[in-house]
Structure formats: C-alpha cells, structure tokens
Design a binder for this molecule. Structure first.
Ligand code: ADP
Length: 399
C-alpha cells in the first residue's frame, strides 16, 4: 500500500511517496515558488531525477506537476495515481481541537482554517493544499491530517497555562500548544522500542534540535510539558528565534526604537537566536567554524545554546521526578557530538556516562551512553514523514 505524504507551505510543497509494505521511500520532491513562478525537483529512490520549471499559480498546478513527475517523467515511480491508497498532510496548528490525526471532511477543513489565526504562515497554506488535492485527485483518495500539536494535548493545565489574566485564555485561546509533536512522538516511540519497554513505564526527554528547536518531557507515555508555547517562538534560542525572554525587554526596545508589535514579532522570529547573537549565520556549521577561528560572538552563541538546552533538560528531569532516557534528534541533535557531550557531562550527578567514540557518530540511530550510565542517552534520527504515513495508513485501514 502506497501513501503520499504532503508538507505544504504557502509557496512550497514537500512530498514523499512511501511504500508501507516495507516503509521504504519510493520518491521524494519539492515544488517551490508556487504563486510566483513554479519549479519542481523530484527524485526516485534509485537516484533518477526530474527537474522542471513550470507555471504553478496555485497548489493545484503543483500537484499536477507532482503527478507528472511520479507517473510520466524519466524518474517515474508508479503507473497511475490510482496506486495511492491515501494522502497524509502535515498540519502545523491543531489548537485544542485536534487531539490526534483524523480524516479530512468539511468540518475538519473549516476548523484548520479557523486555527489559522494562531499559525498564519502555515494553516491557510495547508487548507489550500488539501483543497488542491481534492481538485486534482477527486474525493476517491482519502486524506488524513496529522498535527504538530496533537502529541502535546496531554499536557496538564498547570503546564500549558500562562500566568496572564485568565480572560485571554478564554477569549483567544492563549496558552501553550507546543510544536514538533510528530517528531517527539516518533522519537519517544523509538526510545521505547530500543529500551524494549512499554512507553508507559518510561520517563523520556526528547530534544528536537534543528532550525527550530524544542524539548519535550514524556511520562507514562504522554507529553507532560514541552518548550515551545503559543507559537514556535517559545523555549530556548534557535537558528533565528529568540526563545523565551522577559516581555518587558521587548516593550522597552519597542519604545526606544519606535517599533510595532509586528516589527517585534519579526525581530524575535527572524533576526534573533544564533543569528542575532553571532551576527554570522543561523546555521550551526557556520557558527562552529567562526567560533573555531576566534569569533567571540559565535563562541557566545554556542555557549548560550548549550546552556539553555541543558537547563530545559534539567527542568524536565525535575518535572518528572527523574528520567530513564534522553534522545537527541534534528539536524543539530543528530550531528553535534560536542553539544551532546556538554549536556551529558553536566548530568554526571545522575550517573550519566557516554562512550565518546559512539558519540562521534553522526546521523545514525545509536545509544551513546555506556552500560553503567544512570540514564540511557540516544541519538535517533527523526522521520516525521514516516510517522504521518503510519497514522494515515492506520486511519484508512479502518474505512
Ligand atoms: P529544520 O528544522 O529546518 O528541519 P534541520 O533539522 O535540518 O532543520 O537542522 C538544521 C541545523 O542542523 C543547522 O543549524 C545545521 O547547522 C545543523 N546541521 C545539519 N547537518 C549538520 C552536520 N552535518 N553537522 C553539524 N550540524 C549540522
């Protein structure tokens, strides 16, 4: 059975075709500059490639280009889209409405659209993509939506509420929703498999460290707290995002520089974090190179990032009254041995011991702690597309 996984933005569309009989990716690709010009790059699992520039005024033309790439191009992987059992969509914001993945229907579409106020860059684009799929493929291919937020819906109110006047929660739903939930779920499921234990019997901390970063505490198989908040700006510093800061610092800067709320939002989301401190780049590889050659601000950004990550891990160990396993994932989590070593060395008081040779491995699923370690430490490459495909398959198999 083949599942088509879609991750749509307002001007881009990433996709994978996964054969669920062996969970292998058959093809993956990207449509870019939707609404402006239009380009597709598509790659089959055997390395054949198809690239084209073709007009994509809307997501519908992008899907038509994907169909051509998959069915007719020199990198074709199927004979017809009839081979596709279902389509699974990544959705950024599910608010408090969506506690799990579900089939698309009119009500689901209008709820995702209404939640757009909390994810203006993402949810409207998801709705456009789903509607374009219905236009391109008709309604004979079932569509499933999988939310970045739903894994975090098990958080208790004491974790998700902000200490603001209660009316803002009641009127506008201002509370913590979290993000990267599909990744935290996938990685914590893998931890349980690698531990050969029921997830319900484990206290797990998952660190998703990429351009966006979040850390989640999972106890009794459920998320009990997570670092991202009302939006993915909260938590600790990321590539270009500030993470948590004193809101008074922002009102002070706004007054001094005569900035609007939108300006402040833009600064905190796009000009802060590793980029804002280092002045070099948002990419950890560039910052590491700059720090190596003596750039003090790059070194400071690196020190801040590691320290903030360590503090979140520490908070969650306290929140769960202990921890059995900590897992690192995402571009940084999977590829930065020094960051992992820093966190683990500062958890030596819990008996954490890592094997320095195993910790040097990059991008591989591996337990980096020794057998004597008081806590098991893992590196687990995330696979959000596979998690979406699995949910999609599970839902459509019941139809
Ligand atoms: P996104 O959140 O956009 O999916 P990624 O998970 O790809 O981002 O993470 C991007 C980050 O991962 C960048 O800071 C990058 O420097 C870092 N990264 C990716 N590959 C490596 C690598 N081989 N070595 C060190 N850092 C890496």
């Amino acid at each position: 059975m083949k599942i088509f996984v879609v991750n749509a933005g307002s001007s881009s569309l990433k996709y994978q075709l996964i054969d669920m009989d062996n969970e292998q990716v058959l093809a993956k690709g990207l449509c870019e500059r939707i609404g402006v010009t239009g380009a597709i790059s598509h790659k089959a699992a055997d390395g054949r490639e198809y690239k084209a520039e073709t007009p994509m005024p809307t997501h519908s033309e992008a899907f038509e280009a994907v169909v051509y790439a998959m069915v007719n191009s020199k990198a074709k992987v199927i004979d017809s889209f009839d081979e596709i059992a279902a389509i699974g969509h990544r959705i950024v914001q599910g608010g408090a409405i969506f506690k799990g993945s579900c089939l698309v229907n009119d009500k689901v579409l209008s709820d995702i659209s209404d939640l757009g106020a909390m994810a203006p860059l993402h949810n409207p684009a998801h709705v456009l993509a789903i509607k374009a799929c219905i236009k391109t493929f008709g309604d004979k291919i079932p569509q499933v939506v999988v939310f970045d937020t739903s894994f975090h819906q098990t958080m208790p109110a004491k974790a998700y509420m902000y200490a603001l006047p209660y009316e803002y929660y009641e009127k506008y739903g201002v509370r913590k929703y979290g993000a990267h939930g599909t990744s935290h779920r996938f990685v914590s499921d893998r931890v349980a498999v690698l531990e050969n234990k029921d997830k319900k019997d484990l206290k797990i901390i998952t660190c998703h460290l990429g351009n966006g970063c979040s850390i989640t505490a999972i106890k009794d198989g459920k998320c009990i707290d997570t670092s991202m908040g009302f939006t993915p700006l909260d938590g600790f510093m990321m590539g270009t995002r500030s993470g948590t800061i004193d809101p008074s610092a922002l009102t002070y800067i706004a007054e001094k520089e005569n900035l609007s709320a939108a300006d402040i939002n833009n600064i905190c989301n796009k000009k802060s974090g590793m980029l804002g401190i280092s002045g070099v780049s948002n990419d950890n590889r560039d910052i590491a190179a700059a720090a190596e050659s003596g750039n003090e601000r790059a070194k400071l950004a690196t020190d801040m990032q590691r320290y903030q990550i360590l503090k979140f891990v520490g908070q969650y160990i306290a929140a769960m009254n202990g921890v059995d396993a900590i897992a690192f994932t995402g571009g940084i989590g999977e590829n930065d041995p020094e960051l992992r070593e820093y966190v683990c060395e500062n958890l030596a008081f819990l008996g954490v011991k890592i094997d320095k040779d195993l910790n040097k491995l990059r991008g591989k699923e591996v337990k980096i702690s020794t057998d004597e370690s008081g806590v098991d430490i893992f590196v687990i490459p995330t696979n959000e597309e596979l998690a979406i495909a699995r949910d999609t398959l599970e839902i459509v198999s019941k139809l």
